[in-house]
Design a protein around this ligand. Structure first.
Ligand SMILES: Cc1cc2nc3c(=O)[nH]c(=O)nc-3n(C[C@H](O)[C@H](O)[C@H](O)COP(=O)(O)OP(=O)(O)OC[C@H]3O[C@@H](n4cnc5c(N)ncnc54)[C@H](O)[C@@H]3O)c2cc1C
Length: 325
């Protein structure tokens, strides 16, 4: 039976969200082909992960090797390509993450399989893989069709799909021997360094007042800080605000900043580039204030105000002075 492979991603003792998101996409692709869904787990001491994944896929392939304890694209490639050569999955999914971006291109070259990266949708048409990719900072969606091949590799953008919920049936866990012959010294993991948290931690906020380049300049920051204070929340921002030194890096939301899931996320003067949206779209309620009605942020907003922030913020501040009523 044909298979879809999903490479499980884990870091610091945790399965990453992208793994379960890919399992959801992998299942729908497997259903389109009458294929089965296989989670591939590489690591060291990953038995608990295998048990968890066994409730979300039809089969789990595990390669245990102390040299796989930390992600290393060269070692991962060796192991993954040997599993692909053995099982011949028609599709292998990797996260469009630092791991996947490092691993997918060389894996595709080694196997001579077409690769499509940063996908937001996948389907099979006329026996070919078709992918939807969002390009030009989210302004255009491109539908691409890959050449016919016995196998494909795709990297999936994080946050575009809901995680696959655990089922009741437990899949078989198959231990595969490691093809590795020891460590390599020219590329190795040295240390995991967590970015230090100084001051407030925006990932813990229930309400975030998040500002973008559209606020015009640092002189306007106090207005938003006051609003955040009235709401019992914190201030966060998009990347250009940090690049321009209007706010410190620890306030940045996005793929190169922090991922946040507050109860309320108020995006002010933020256009909604995917690098930003990916990291805040899990918020319970999103409110966007932007003077451009076509700004992509409105595609993820629950409530939208199309106006200049200078007309809106004073009213919000007035209504929230003394706290939320
Ligand atoms: C590798 C990489 C990593 C990145 N990582 C991140 C990241 O982690 N986080 C991140 O945010 N970005 C990141 N970016 C940048 C991202 O692509 C966008 O450039 C950025 O998110 C845009 O920020 P913005 O929305 O604040 O600014 P802009 O795109 O300039 O948008 C400003 C918005 O404000 C609106 N506006 C202007 N004036 C007003 C007004 N008076 N009232 C109301 N609205 C107004 C405009 O209509 C516009 O929509 C990354 C980019 C790359 C290439």
């Amino acid at each position: 039976m044909e298979e879809v492979f999903v490479l499980a991603e884990h870091r610091q003792g945790k399965i990453r969200d992208i793994t379960n998101e890919m399992l959801g996409i992998g299942e729908s692709m497997a259903n389109q082909r009458g294929a089965s869904l296989t989670a591939v787990l590489l690591g060291h001491g990953v038995k608990d992960f295998a048990e968890d994944l066994a409730l979300r896929a039809s089969k789990i392939l595990v390669v245990e090797d102390e040299n796989l304890e930390y992600f290393n694209s060269i070692l991962y490639q060796k192991v993954l390509s040997s599993l692909i050569s053995k099982y011949n999955p028609f599709l292998t999914l990797l996260g469009h993450t630092a791991f996947g971006m490092d691993l997918a291109p060389s894996l595709s070259v080694e196997l001579d399989f077409p690769l499509v990266t940063d996908c937001i949708g996948l389907s099979i048409e006329d026996n070919r893989l078709k992918a939807l990719r969002s390009i030009y900072g989210g302004k255009v969606n491109a539908s691409v069709s890959l050449r016919e091949s016995k196998g494909y590799i795709a990297t999936i953008r994080p946050g575009i799909s809901s995680p696959k919920a655990p089922g009741e049936k437990k899949a078989a866990i198959i231990m595969e021997p490691s093809p590795l012959k020891g460590a390599i010294d020219f590329k190795k993991f040295i240390e995991y360094i967590e970015a230090p948290i100084t001051g407030e931690d925006i990932t813990q906020a229930e309400i975030l007042v998040s500002v973008g380049q559209g606020i015009g300049g640092p002189e306007n920051i106090p207005m938003f800080e006051e609003l955040a204070k009235n709401l019992g929340g914190m201030i966060s921002c998009s990347r250009p605000v940090v690049d321009r030194n209007w706010l410190p890096k620890e306030r940045q939301v996005g793929i190169s900043g922090k991922t946040v899931k507050p109860k309320v996320y108020i995006a002010i003067g933020i256009s909604g580039a995917f690098q930003h949206i990916t990291a805040m779209q899990g918020s319970d309620t999103i409110i966007a204030i932007n003077k451009d009605p076509k700004a992509p942020i409105f595609t993820v907003a629950d409530y939208g105000i199309v106006d200049d922030f200078k007309n809106v913020i004073p009213i919000l501040k007035e209504k929230t002075t003394g706290g939320l009523k």
